[in-house]
Design a protein. Structure first.
Length: 333
């Protein structure tokens, strides 16, 4: 493991005022979105849409890295340039989603563990050879009366640690993404309690395998009430609770923390991030790794008129700039 190389990659990824754009939706997720918008669910249409995202002029002013899917990292533009070469020309780090989705946790109704550890070293080596410098592995947890269970949190934490170890051995920065789902009617206090416990378990397992903590990025959900909660969370509450949780349960020497938007409204995700940076100096770099919260306007515009690439790209650039501003506490409506 080259610790300096890992730290160098992370410093480029979390350098203010930039963040990460996640365009790593699985085939199933991408096709569902296309179906909803009346877009044909074909590989060519997915390639066309991803080309639109990757070729946005000046996106590199606000985006430091893009997380790709296996299909996307192998694709080319209409005029024959590889997506990877375009990102490199822009100085954007190439990331890759390496987990293979969710499976059922035996004897735990409704709880999920992440699949994809088998053969991961070979896949990571191939992606590294193609130009990837960072990777992502996601686990999900649902808040209910009996979930997430300790077993679910422990099992996913073990997988995070094994994945992170293999990444670091190959000098690839691992993004560890424990997502507490926003679905449900839970309070912000309940979300805090679950997030805190889960972070403790995740970092305990990472430390057991001697993972180099300054060489990882935590991609996490915010501490926020559930979508169906009677009492909604306002940006100041989300900011205070989230920062308190991280200060108490995330090691200060972590390479960086990035947020997923996780079902929040586009503006909501921006305002919450902005509120955190208005609280004053933070002990770790804190920015965004949004997917839908940056893509939504562009996707809807392109779906209505696939020829109107320019307007879709203008909307994507504006959303990226809004979140870039929020990542340094300077967002203005």
């Amino acid at each position: 493991m080259n610790q300096g190389k890992l730290i160098g990659t992370i410093s480029r990824l979390v350098m203010p005022p930039k963040g990460i754009l996640a365009i790593d939706e699985s085939l199933d997720t991408c096709n569902k979105r296309f179906l909803k918008l009346g877009v044909p669910q074909t590989e060519e249409k997915r390639r066309e849409y991803r080309e639109l995202l990757i070729t946005v002029p000046e996106i590199e002013n606000y985006i430091s890295g893009m997380i790709l899917f296996d299909e996307t990292i192998r694709q080319f533009t209409n005029d024959g340039k590889s997506f990877i070469s375009i990102l490199k020309e822009k100085g954007i780090e190439v990331g890759i989603k390496v987990d293979q989705g969710l499976g059922d946790l035996p004897s735990h109704d409704g709880e999920k563990i992440t699949k994809g550890l088998e053969g991961i070293a070979d896949r990571l080596q191939e992606y590294k050879n193609m130009g990837a410098t960072f990777a992502k592995w996601r686990a999900v947890y649902t808040i209910s009366e009996n979930t997430p269970s300790e077993d679910c949190m422990k099992e996913n934490a073990l997988l995070f640690a094994k994945y992170a170890l293999i990444c670091q051995e190959l000098d690839i920065v691992p993004i560890v993404e424990p997502e507490i789902l926003i679905d449900g009617n839970h309070s912000i206090e309940k979300c805090y309690e679950v997030t805190a416990r889960n972070l403790d378990i995740v970092f305990a397992e990472l430390q057991k395998l001697d993972i180099f903590i300054p060489g990882i990025i935590l991609k996490t959900s915010m501490v926020i009430s559930g979508k169906e909660a009677e009492k909604k969370s306002f940006p100041d509450d989300v900011a205070k609770m989230t920062i308190k949780c991280f200060k108490e349960h995330v090691p200060e020497n972590i390479g960086g923390i990035v947020f997923l938007s996780g079902g929040q409204g586009d503006l909501e995700a921006t305002l919450n991030l902005d509120a955190m940076h208005k609280m004053g100096p933070l002990p770790w770099p804190l920015t965004f790794s949004y997917g839908r919260a940056i893509q939504n306007g562009a996707l809807n515009t392109w779906a209505k008129d696939p020829q109107n690439i320019k307007m879709a790209q203008i909307l994507l650039l504006a959303a990226a700039k809004n979140n870039s501003d929020a990542s340094v506490g300077q967002y203005k409506k």
